[in-house]
Structures are given as C-alpha cells and as structure tokens.
Design a protein around this ligand. Structure first.
Ligand code: GAL
Length: 346
C-alpha cells in the first residue's frame, strides 16, 4: 500500500469511528467510544436526591439508545462523609471519567474538588447542594444545577395565602386574626433550609397576614425526625398550631404522621411542603397536605445530564441548557395543590 492510500484509509477509519461513536469525546489517549460520567451524592436514602438519580439513569439510557454511544453513569454515595466523597472524586479522576457530578456533603468544601478537577481538566457539575460562589468561580468548567430556594418558599407562602383568601377559617382555625405556625427546617447550613425558612414567612407577612411563630427546629429533611418534633409541639401547643411550614415533603409527611397519632387529627392544621415527591403528591390527593412546591427533579436531572454529555463530548454547553452568570442553571419551582395535582401525578 503506498503512503497516500495508507493515510486516506486511516483518515476514513477515524471519520467512520467518530460518526458511529455519536459522541466524539476525546481524551489525551485519543478517541474514546465510551462516555464516563461519575456522580457522587451525599446520601442515597434522601427521597428527593434518589428520585433525581433515577431520572439521571433514565436520561442516560435514552441517550445511549438515541446516540449509540456507550454511557457509563456511575452513581456512588458518600454516606454523609466529605472525606469519603473527596476519595470518590479522586478515583473518578484517576479512572479517566469525562465529567464529574457532585452533590456535596458539605457545600462549603467545594474548593478542594474544583481544584482537583481543574488540574485534570475534567468539568465538574455540582447539584442540589450549592457551593459558595467564590468556589464555583475558581474555574470556567465548574457549574451548578439546582433551583432558586427563595422562590420555593415565596410559593409556599402563596399556597397558605390563597387558602386564607378563599376561606380564612381553613387556616386561622381559632379566628383570632393571627396565623399561629410552626416550622420544620431542613439541614442547618443548607442553602434551601436557610432561604426557604426566611421566605415562606416573609411572603405571609408581605401579603398583610398577621403571623405568630410558636416554634421552629431542624428535622434534617427527614420524615422520622419531623414526626418526633411535631409530636413534641403538639404536646406543648395542642390546637394552637394552625399551620405547619415544612422545608420539604418528607418532614411534612412526618408532621402528618404525628398529627394522625394525636387528638389534632379531627381538625388537623394546614401542612405545606416542598419537593413534590411521589409520597408528597399522594398526601395532597388524600387531603392530609394542603400543597407543595415542585422542586423539579426531572428537569434538574435533564440539565445535569445534557450538560455532562455535551461537555464529555467536548461540545461545550449545549443549547438546551441556559446558563446564568456563566456557571448556574436554576430550574423554576411550581405550586402544586389539589387544583392542579392531576398534571403532576401523571
Ligand atoms: C433539597 C430538598 C430536600 C433534600 C435536600 C438534600 O433541595 O428539598 O428534600 O433532598 O435538598 O440536599
């Protein structure tokens, strides 16, 4: 074979390969046919995070079928240990993963991960637990996909406000013109817990309602802890509790569990959550929860996946992903009550 024919054959082979690979992801070792996406989550038993992971897996399967590219989506959990999560990131980097997605255990500790990823030139996408802006800005290939926490609880306040407008006594049970409430907060230091707590009450006050806080405490996003706190509050405040504001659906379900076991069950307080998980939506259907605010796991997963795949293929940020300030994707929240529940249950 003369040199010309040889080079033409090689060129054709490379071209054919890049077409059949769908994604021409390239690392220094040359053309690869697999896209490797490493995902580390803070806990897998978190209802919202686990449903987001299921959506990610479905997105990867769909893309694999559509593109013919082999996608290795490896989801590991850090069991609430930042040290373990750092090790997981190290093994993704040494295992030549094309993109790394991280649901931080400690959202203030992202600088270490950005630094390592930058050194290896592997894009990193944080999600759900938002790093401080300074850390994200350390590198142009560091991104965050999540939602605007303040918006979620402005909407949560709106659910209460709408119900009050329709029928004040459905909220202000004792008719004293003041809404007595308790708040179940998420994990301390989490951006969603801080902002949701502030904005749900702010919305009520801004809309001219008089409110009185009876108690607030953290239940770390968890149903059992929510139930335990609510049981204590029912013993202390009894019928005075008119509204239970919850930073997520799991804690709202815990509060409902406690109400069901108490004398309040015949005239239960209004309970509102955030997330729109399946059990949360079922609670709206059976009337035990007044409403929730959809934290759109499926749209967040889609943004994480589309961004990962495109970056892995060396194609940059895809048109389907709208970045703000060069690093952020924030998916809007939506109110869910029994009026529009059917749309979300299906
Ligand atoms: C929040 C979500 C909570 C919990 C938490 C974990 O956005 O509402 O239910 O999943 O993230 O970081």
């Amino acid at each position: 074979m003369n040199r010309r024919i040889f080079f033409t054959t090689v060129l054709l082979a490379v071209l054919l390969c890049s077409l059949s690979c769908g994604c021409g992801a390239e690392k220094s070792s040359g053309q690869i046919q697999n896209v490797k996406i490493g995902v580390s989550v803070y806990r897998k038993d978190d209802t919202f995070v686990s449903s987001l992971c299921t959506d990610l897996e479905n997105d990867a399967k769909a893309k694999e079928t559509e593109s013919g590219t082999k996608i290795n989506l490896n989801i590991v959990e850090s069991q609430s240990s930042q040290a373990l999560q750092n090790d997981q990131v190290d093994s993704f980097l040494s295992g030549n993963y094309n993109v790394i997605c991280v649901n931080m255990v400690d959202r203030t500790a992202a600088a270490v991960i950005v630094d390592k990823a930058k050194k290896e030139n592997v894009p990193v996408i944080f999600f759900n637990r938002e790093p401080v802006e300074e850390d994200l800005r350390m590198w142009s290939e560091a991104y965050y996909v999540g939602a605007d926490a303040a918006q979620s609880c402005t909407l949560q306040g709106e659910i209460i406000q709408n119900a009050y407008r329709k029928d004040p006594r459905s909220i202000d049970r004792n008719g004293d013109g003041v809404i007595q409430y308790v708040i179940l907060e998420g994990e301390q230091g989490h951006q969603d817990a801080l902002l949701r707590t502030e904005y749900s009450v702010k919305k009520l006050v801004d809309s001219g309602l008089k409110v009185e806080k009876l108690a607030d405490d953290t239940a770390n996003w968890q149903r059992a802890q929510g139930a335990a706190k609510m049981t204590q509050w029912i013993q202390k405040f009894g019928k005075r509790i008119e509204v239970v504001l919850c930073n997520n659906d799991d804690m709202a379900l815990g509060a409902i569990d406690a109400v069901r076991e108490s004398p309040l069950k015949s005239n239960a307080p209004a309970v509102v959550g955030v997330d729109g998980t399946r059990p949360g939506l079922e609670a709206i259907r059976d009337g035990s929860m007044l409403g929730t605010v959809l934290n759109d796991a499926s749209q967040q997963a889609k943004a994480i996946f589309d961004l990962s795949y495109s970056l892995a293929c060396g194609k940059g940020v895809p048109g389907s992903v709208k970045l703000t300030s060069g690093h952020y994707v924030k998916i809007p929240y939506r109110i869910v009550t029994k009026e529009n529940l059917a749309k979300y249950l299906s």
